[in-house]
Design a protein around this ligand. Structure first.
Ligand SMILES: [Zn+2]
Length: 176
């Protein structure tokens, strides 16, 4: 049954969305260990850095705000380590590929997917929930591309309830 609330991204971006969501902020669980085929602390650190850089980059897609320099640096570093190359293909197109193996190659694959999505025009719709305690990555399928909250947890409703409660408390405070 389709609810119209699917949050999955197009194929090319779905692994990026899932990677960001290996950290479930609301539940307080981190599945990065399962995603990453390595127990090396440096690998884990780099993967975590890239994950948060991607989360911030997706958050910037809400208002098209510039990316912080630190985020750009992390993305650039991942691309450099991935040892990206451009290769032409027989079907008169070209593709990018990563020459790196292991964790650098795996993280490079995510960077490539972001590049492809930027080229395809789907990247601006990868967002993270605007509710601070959630920040779940979702693909914005709203017609105008103005979705702010993930649908799965009904964060839009919760955010509105929280705003209403805050207004009510303020009103009570000013009345007493
Ligand atoms: Zn949410």
């Amino acid at each position: 049954m389709s609810t119209g609330l699917s949050m999955a991204a197009p194929d090319q971006l779905e692994p990026v969305r899932r990677f960001i969501n290996t950290l479930d902020i609301e539940a307080g669980t981190d599945a990065l260990d399962d995603w990453l085929d390595s127990t090396d602390p440096d690998d884990l650190h780099r993967a975590r850095e890239l994950r948060e850089a991607l989360r911030t980059a997706a958050a910037a897609n809400h208002d098209k705000t510039p990316l912080p320099a630190a985020v750009v640096a992390v993305l650039d570093d991942a691309a450099r380590r991935a040892d990206l190359v451009v290769a032409f293909t027989p079907d008169r197109h070209w593709r990018t590929a990563s020459r790196a193996t292991g964790v650098d190659g795996a993280l490079g694959d995510l960077v490539l997917r972001v590049l492809d999505a930027m080229t395809a025009g789907t990247w601006p719709r990868l967002k993270v929930c605007a509710r601070d305690t959630c920040r779940w990555a979702f693909y914005d399928t709203s017609r105008g591309g103005t979705g702010k909250w993930c649908a799965m947890r009904l964060c839009g409703n919760r955010a509105k309830q929280e705003a209403w409660r805050a207004r009510t408390l303020r009103a009570r405070g000013s009345a007493s």
